[in-house]
Design a protein around this ligand. Structure first.
Ligand SMILES: NC(=O)C1=CN([C@@H]2O[C@H](COP(=O)(O)OP(=O)(O)OC[C@H]3O[C@@H](n4cnc5c(N)ncnc54)[C@H](O)[C@@H]3O)[C@@H](O)[C@H]2O)C=CC1
Ligand SMILES: O=C(O)[C@@H]1CCC=N1
Length: 280
């Protein structure tokens, strides 16, 4: 990490699941927790975050919390629900200037809708992260507005690269990326849940079945983490000709699992488009 990136002050406004995962990943990658401020709505999440050594401001106790956190930061991550993003842009606008970069992690909220609620030419990035950033194995798609300088984009990429892969993409691709990598961890957990339930249906003890499914999906994920890994090749290496796996995969194909997965991801992208239309 460059000195410039190491010295960045960061604020996470709305430190729930996603912003919490990003800040944990950034701390694990070596960023000084004292340079990090998080805001939360109420006190019940604050203690857990303070244990990380970061500064935590509670909105219910200090209505200026978000403004103060934005004023003290070089990079400001907006981590509230999509419906709250433009209001938050307005709230923090008095604390902003062109040296600061606002990064939204919200699904569906467009650069233009944020720009309409931020000072003119405010550097702003639309991003779509995922929660495995917290364990250094995340994916983030970022789409910087024209107002973001190359240097600022590089700093954000370097900051996030410590906890995952960063892809710079056209904003038009954000909903598709979100349907694959933003929501994707849930699909992997869903697979693990379904495998565990299937094991129980075949007579395995529930605890054992969950342990088998958990370790198997995690182990397969570790193998896939190799940048050279090819999912189809790894699958074939498990699938002995005329063996047991072949029967499982043939059944999955017959029952249309690939089509079902395509339909699910399309539904996720369509929901993002619908939210964009509703929320701007
Ligand atoms: N959960 C995920 O895996 C992903 C979530 N996202 C995006 O992240 C955003 C947040 O989602 P989650 O983290 O899942 O939700 P969450 O509900 O866990 O986090 C939102 C947090 O913001 C806090 N908050 C709300 N209003 C606030 C305010 N005015 N001031 C300070 N804090 C405030 C809430 O108390 C909550 O802790 C959404 O826009 C979502 O689209 C994006 C990618 C993945
Ligand atoms: O479910 C959601 O809307 C968010 C965006 C991607 C993952 N979680």
């Amino acid at each position: 990490m460059s000195e410039a990136t190491k010295n960045l002050s960061l604020s996470f406004l709305g430190a729930g699941s996603m912003n919490g995962a990003i800040l944990r990943g950034i701390i694990a990658s070596g960023h000084d927790p004292q340079l990090i401020t998080a805001t939360v709505r109420s006190d019940n999440r604050a203690a857990e975050l303070r244990e990380l050594g970061i500064n935590v401001l509670v909105n219910e106790q200090d209505p200026e919390a978000n403004k103060k956190a934005a004023a003290s930061a070089d990079i400001i991550f907006l981590g509230v629900k999509p419906v709250g993003i433009t209001q938050m842009c307005e709230e923090i606008s008095p604390s902003l200037d062109a040296s600061k970069v606002v990064v939204s992690v919200a699904a569906a909220i467009t650069l233009s809708s944020m720009q309409a609620h931020l000072p003119a030419d405010q550097p702003v990035i639309r991003s779509m992260p995922n929660t495995p950033l917290m364990v250094g194995a995340g994916v983030v798609g970022i789409s910087p507005a024209a107002s973001v300088s190359e240097v600022q984009t590089k700093l954000v990429i370097e900051l996030l690269s410590g906890s995952g892969d960063v892809h710079v993409i056209d904003e038009e691709q954000q909903n598709a990326l979100s349907a694959i990598s933003g929501s994707g961890p849930a699909y992997a957990f869903y697979l693990a849940e379904a495998m565990a339930n299937a094991g129980v249906a075949m007579g395995l003890d529930e605890k054992l079945s969950i342990a088998l499914a958990r370790a198997t999906v995690a182990g397969a994920g570790k193998m896939l983490a190799d940048p050279e890994a090819n999912p189809a090749a790894l699958r074939k290496a498990v699938t002995s000709p005329k063996g047991t796996t072949e029967q499982a995969i043939a059944t999955f194909d017959e029952q249309g699992i690939p089509k079902i997965i395509a339909a699910g991801t399309q539904a996720a992208a369509a929901r993002a488009a619908q939210l964009s239309a509703e929320l701007g």
